[in-house]
Design a binder for this molecule. Structure first.
Ligand code: BYC
Length: 313
């Protein structure tokens, strides 16, 4: 078939809500955009393990430690589903990881901020996983089959992460004055980066228009941000914490909260590599990759041995 005919078929499928599957014809730009977005997403999952992993040995009790261990392990699993889903587009995960390690590929801006206290672990679960779910429940309705299906399970796990984070914050907010201050301080530091992680405002987002036409993105960055803020502000009020935005107010007419100006200069600096922890995160990720080499090699050798034995039997 001619490309124009194939393009018409592809567009008709998307318009009728059918999924695009790996063996279906797709425009090269669609494939490239998906690889960009899905690999960034996968990288965010495994880089996101680093700031949380820092607190596994310092969790305040055994129960918290077990929960945090399980959460960090879940993030590795999310990376695994997403790299596998990205590979269906004809790229190898070793190439994707090489792009991450060389600094060519991005990962979420949010993980370039430090986790200074235990309350930061609560703030990440509540705010970062909370923002991620808002985005990912929309992505679960997206047009590329393997990505949208990966999102379904990821969202279920992120909902649990979100609750565990909020529960940490609720506990601290009801604790001693020092604990409440710690929770408020974590909220002060994580609020703005969390609302920025949903991507630049729509007027500064070059990819949104095309991605929405292809139904890869179902909602724009600002639409998702609005939903996240509407859901989160009452949660902060409920546990007696204050959103660090003097301009934040509820608009009775629209039924939405209005926020103060977002520091997009900071966001663009962070995604250029100049955030507080970019260099550290990349260094730690590269080390994790090197230190895990023997594990991957042993796993491949074991799988090959098993396959050989199966053939021989
Ligand atoms: N960080 O045109 P735009 C998690 C880039 S992890 C860095 O709006 P798009 C978790 C963007 O790539 C969840 N870069 O882009 C894990 C583009 O640059 P390039 C992470 C960002 O794609 C462990 C430029 O800015 N979630 O939950 O239409 C522990 C212009 O942006 C960011 C995902 O990755 C950012 N925040 O929309 C705990 C979701 N935002 O590539 C929790 C998947 C924008 O053209 N991704 N940029 O050079 C998406 O949904 C979309 O890619 C975004 C951006 C909404 C993030």
């Amino acid at each position: 078939m001619e490309d124009t005919e194939q393009l018409a078929l592809f567009e008709a499928k998307i318009a009728s809500g059918q999924k695009i599957e790996p063996k279906d014809w797709m425009p090269e730009a669609y494939r490239k955009q998906l690889i960009r977005m899905m690999s960034q997403h996968a990288h965010s999952e495994i880089v996101g393990m680093l700031p949380e992993g820092n607190w596994i040995t310092r969790a305040p009790n055994l129960r918290r430690k077990a929960i945090l261990l399980a959460k960090v392990q879940d993030e590795a699993g999310h990376g695994l589903y997403l790299y596998s889903a990205a590979e269906t587009l004809g790229i190898d995960r070793s190439e994707l990881l090489a792009q991450l390690h060389s600094g060519k590929a991005k990962y979420s801006s949010i993980f370039n901020y430090p986790t200074l206290t235990w309350a930061d672990i609560g703030a990440i679960g509540w705010l970062v996983d909370g923002a991620a779910i808002m985005n990912q429940t929309a992505l679960a309705r997206g047009s590329y089959g393997p990505y949208s299906r990966a999102m379904v399970r990821i969202c279920k796990e992120e909902s649990f992460h979100n609750r565990q984070g909020y529960e940490i914050m609720m506990h601290l907010a009801q604790g001693t004055p020092e604990q409440k201050d710690m929770a408020q301080d974590a909220l002060n530091r994580w609020w703005w980066p969390s609302i920025m992680m949903l991507g630049p405002s729509d007027d500064k987002s070059p990819n949104t228009e095309q991605l929405m036409k292809w139904k890869v993105k179902i909602e724009s960055n600002d639409e998702i941000r609005e939903r996240f803020i509407d859901r989160t502000v009452p949660q902060a009020e409920f546990i007696g914490l204050k959103i660090p935005d003097e301009a934040m107010k509820y608009n009775q007419e629209t039924g939405h909260y209005e926020h103060g100006p977002i520091n997009w200069d900071e966001f663009f600096e962070v995604i250029k590599g100049n955030g507080p922890c970019n260099a550290q995160r990349l260094k730690d990720r590269i080390n994790a990759d090197k230190n895990g080499f023997w594990v991957r090699e042993a796993a491949i050798a074991y799988a090959a041995k098993q396959a050989k034995e199966k053939l021989a039997s």
